[in-house]
Ligand binder design. Structure first.
Ligand code: CTP
Length: 407
C-alpha cells in the first residue's frame, strides 16, 4: 500500500534555535510516511544540530551555503527550490521570520524561499517575549498575507525557563499538518453537474443582419469557471461571445434562441442544476429573408417579430429529470417585485436579480451586484468582481439545491 506521503518532496529548512534538535525526529517521521526529505540548515542551525546527523537521517547531503561550489554542482539552490512540493521551515526563528518578511535572500534558506513556487510552511519557535513582540507579530502577519502557512507555535515551558507561547509544534503535530496539506481536498461542488447558458442570442433578419443585445457573457463564463474550481462538472451553452473557454468546461456554441433551447433541453435532463444566465432574445424575426434585404423608397419599414421559446421556463417545467433551476433577471426598476414575479411565473427555484440601470454593473461590466430570491428567502451580494461574485453565488445555489433535495 502506498504511504500517505509517497512521492512528496519536502524541503526542510532548519534555522537556529534549540528546537532544531527536534528536526531529527521530524525527518524520521516524514520519511516513515514515504516523503523524500532534503535539508537546508542556516549557519546558526548547524550550532544546534550537526549536518552529519541530518544527512544520515535524510539520506542526502545537507545544504547550507549559497557559495559552496561542490553543493551547487550537485543540486544548485534554484534546482533545490524547484524540486520541493513543500518547503517546511521548522524551527523558524524570529530572525529568519523577519528576514522572510522583508524578502531577503542573504543565505541559502531565505534564497530558496524566494526562489520556490511551492507552498511554504513556517513553524515558529522562539522565546515567548520575542514571539509577543509587535515586530514579530507584524512579520508573521506579513507572511500570512503572502499565503505562507503558519503552523504553531504552541504554549508551554520553554528551554530558557519562561512559560508562554513560542514552543515549536511537536514533530508529530507538524507531520499531521503536512498530511492535511497533501490530503486530497473534497470540493463543495464535487459530484454536482451544472448546465449554464451564457451570452446573448443572435436572431437573423437576413444573411447579413441580426437582432441581438449587449450581453457580454462574462457572468455566465465566470460562473462556469468558478463552478469547475469548486469541483462541479460544467456544460456551458454559449451564445456568440468573444470569451475564452474556462479550463475544464465543456462548451457548446449556439447562435439563435431556438438552437439554445434545443441544446439546453438536451443537456438539462442530465444535470443537477441549470443556470439560465443567457440574455435570450425575447423575439425573433417571423420570416428570415434568404437574400439580403434591399432599401426601398419608403421612409420606414417594419419587421414582424414572433416570440422565442422561453428556455428556462421549459427546463423548469420538465416533469421528470428536472434540474434545480436558477434564472437571472435584469431589471431597471422595482427589482425585487419583478424578480419575484419571474420566480413564480417561470416556476424557478431561485432567481438572481440585478439592477442594470446602474452604469457600473451588469451588462458588459467586470463587476456586478445581485439580490437572490427564492420562495421563502433572499440574500444580497454587494458590488464586486464577477469572478468573486460567481463563487459566492454558486455556494448559495448549491446550499439551496441540497436543501431542496433533502425535502
Ligand atoms: N430566459 C430564457 N429564455 C428566454 C428568455 C429568458 O431562458 N426566451 C431566461 C434568461 O436566461 C434569464 C431569465 O429567463 O434567466 C430572464 O427572464 P426574462 O423574463 O426573459 O427577463 P426579461 O427579458 O428581462 O423579461 P422582461 O422583459 O419581461 O422583463
Amino acid at each position: 500500500m502506498a504511504l500517505l506521503l509517497s512521492g512528496k518532496r519536502i524541503l526542510l529548512g532548519i534555522s537556529g534555535g534549540i528546537a532544531a534538535y527536534k528536526s531529527a525526529d521530524l525527518i524520521r517521521r516524514l520519511k516513515e510516511r514515504g516523503a523524500e526529505v532534503r535539508v537546508i540548515q542556516t549557519d546558526a542551525a548547524c550550532e544546534f544540530i550537526t549536518p552529519l546527523t541530518l544527512q544520515a537521517l535524510s539520506g542526502h547531503p545537507v545544504a547550507n551555503s549559497l557559495l559552496d561550489p561542490a553543493a551547487e554542482a550537485a543540486m544548485g539552490h534554484i534546482e533545490l527550490a524547484k524540486w520541493a512540493d513543500l518547503l517546511l521551515i521548522a524551527p523558524a526563528s524570529a530572525d529568519l521570520i523577519a528576514r522572510l518578511a522583508h524578502g531577503l535572500a542573504n543565505d541559502l534558506l531565505s534564497t530558496c524561499v524566494l526562489a520556490t513556487d511551492a507552498p511554504v510552511a513556517v513553524a515558529p519557535a522562539m522565546n515567548q517575549q520575542m514571539y509577543k513582540n509587535i515586530a514579530t507579530k507584524h512579520n508573521i502577519d506579513t507572511l500570512k498575507t503572502r499565503n505562507f502557512y503558519i503552523w504553531g507555535p504552541a504554549a508551554g515551558e520553554q528551554a530558557c525557563g519562561d512559560v508562554g507561547m513560542g514552543r515549536m509544534l511537536e514533530p508529530l503535530q507538524l507531520v499531521d499538518l503536512v498530511l492535511e496539506h497533501f490530503a486530497p481536498k473534497v470540493l463543495p461542488l464535487e459530484g454536482v453537474s451544472l448546465v449554464i447558458t451564457a451570452g446573448p442570442t443572435r436572431e437573423p433578419i437576413d444573411p447579413v443582419r441580426y437582432i441581438s443585445n449587449h450581453s457580454s457573457g462574462k457572468m455566465g463564463f465566470a460562473l462556469a469557471e468558478a463552478a469547475v474550481q469548486l469541483g462541479a462538472q460544467v456544460t456551458l451553452i454559449a451564445g456568440p461571445v468573444q470569451l475564452a473557454t474556462p479550463a475544464g468546461v465543456k462548451r457548446i456554441d449556439v447562435v439563435t434562441a431556438d438552437q439554445m433551447y434545443q441544446v439546453a433541453l438536451e443537456q438539462a435532463i442530465s444535470a443537477h442544476i441549470f443556470i439560465g444566465c443567457a440574455a435570450v432574445a425575447d423575439y425573433k424575426v417571423a420570416q428570415v429573408a434568404t437574400q439580403k434585404l434591399k432599401k426601398t423608397s419608403d421612409d420606414s419599414t417594419s419587421l414582424t417579430l414572433v416570440k422565442n421559446p422561453d428556455i428556462i421556463a421549459a427546463v423548469a417545467a420538465l416533469t421528470s429529470q428536472r434540474p434545480f433551476t436558477v434564472g437571472f433577471a435584469a431589471e431597471t426598476q422595482d427589482v425585487a417585485n419583478y424578480a419575484r414575479q419571474k420566480l413564480v411565473k417561470k416556476k424557478l427555484d431561485l432567481i438572481c436579480a440585478n439592477d442594470v440601470s446602474l452604469s457600473n454593473q451588469g451588462f458588459n461590466s467586470e463587476q456586478n451586484a445581485l439580490t437572490v430570491f427564492w420562495a421563502d428567502g433572499e440574500q444580497q451580494f454587494g458590488l464586486q468582481a464577477k469572478t468573486e461574485l460567481a463563487q459566492q453565488l454558486l455556494l448559495l445555489i448549491n446550499e439551496r439545491y441540497l436543501h431542496e433535495k433533502s425535502h
